[in-house]
Design a protein around this ligand. Sequence first.
Ligand SMILES: *Cc1c(COP(=O)(O)O)cnc(C)c1O
Length: 436
Amino acid sequence: MSADPRRHVPRTDTLLADGQIVPAVERLGRDLVKDAVRSVQARIRSGELPPADSVAAVLAGLPATAASLRPVLNATGVLVHTNLGRAPLSAAAVEAVVAAAGTTDVELDLATGRRGLRGEAALAALRAAVPAAEAAVVVNNCAAALALVATALGQGRELVIARGELVEIGDGFRIPELLESTGARLREVGTTNRVTVDDYVRAVGPDTGAVLKVHPSNFVVRGFTREVPVAELAAGLAGTGVPLVADVGSGLPAPDPALPVEPDLQTTLADGADLVLASGDKLLGGPQAGLVLGRAELVQRLRRHPLYRALRVDKTTLAALEATLRGPLPPVRRMLAADVAGLRARADALAGRLAAAGVDAVAVDSAARVGGGGAPEHPLPSACVSLPEEFAERLRGGSPPVVAYVDAGRTLLDLRSLLPEDDDTLATAVLGAAAR
Ligand SMILES: *Cc1c(COP(=O)(O)O)cnc(C)c1O
């Protein structure tokens, strides 16, 4: 063998034309496969890899898909984790997304051959899930829903809002700044800790575009506090003709016994809100979306506003939303409903299995959270597998990566943010991390 390994480096064209590599080029595209080829050539040149292994090494170095986002196991105990993509879609929603991803009848009535109402089936599913809503419209996210409402109802006019509800949602996103960026003026009422229905009613006048209530989803104010419930505010505004808009944030369609503190769409409308806004990818358990439901005349105004065209959602979002509402319970709702005895049994079984393989693993009780700006002080009883601290980093580097959390020198894997069908994959990932 020559002393110069470069003489034995397979040519790029030769590798790309290899019978085992051609299907990868068709699936992933030439550029991504070329990247893998180049790194294999570099390893051969450095003498690290024998030239005979080049095809196998290219195949092993290929990404799973043409996009770099990877599936991750969320063992943080935070059900709606914004950094991990919020709600995981149900299998039914994923199937619906795949079916709608190609050419699809999103805006065509196949029976008549004429143009249809965009996403009509998803809107009908929303109305069915929230019977108090006369109509619904879907935009990109809840921030977009707020922007649309503030623009259509509040531009050049006043939006009346309680001082205690001028909320920062996270990552520097402040609702008052968003509202003002639309050209609406904020008319703040009450104090940081207290507001009364009279404060609102006194502020309403000919310039009022809407009264806005924002659910303080990621904090609580305790002590000498008072807010005005939607029912009381609606009664106070009766006869003024001013729309009452409620941003409830997390998107529970109806009350959930696991979360008595969280407002829901149906109750908020039944209590007298004219419009209710929420995210699609928090507790509803669906795709990123902003849901607007309520009085038909107001929803129509939003739909006809030019800004709607810039905020509307695509066909795959509509498909995922409809399947989330009509299909089996989505993962987030199943996680919320999981009983703690079942979670403890899963933690015991996993810890036993890992301990039998020599891993220092024990089952412990824990407190999970909704996350994503929901029910900040409402712990959900849960169970964890506890591992030595060094596992956290090793698990993040595995395949699939597992995101856990570290507490008091132990890595904790909370089972409430995972489904029972994930447990096998989790065990395999921990055993893999133990072997590294
Ligand atoms: C999360 C949240 C938002 C922002 O929702 P996105 O869908 O992330 O835009 C707005 N308002 C409230 C009350 C929230 O909880």
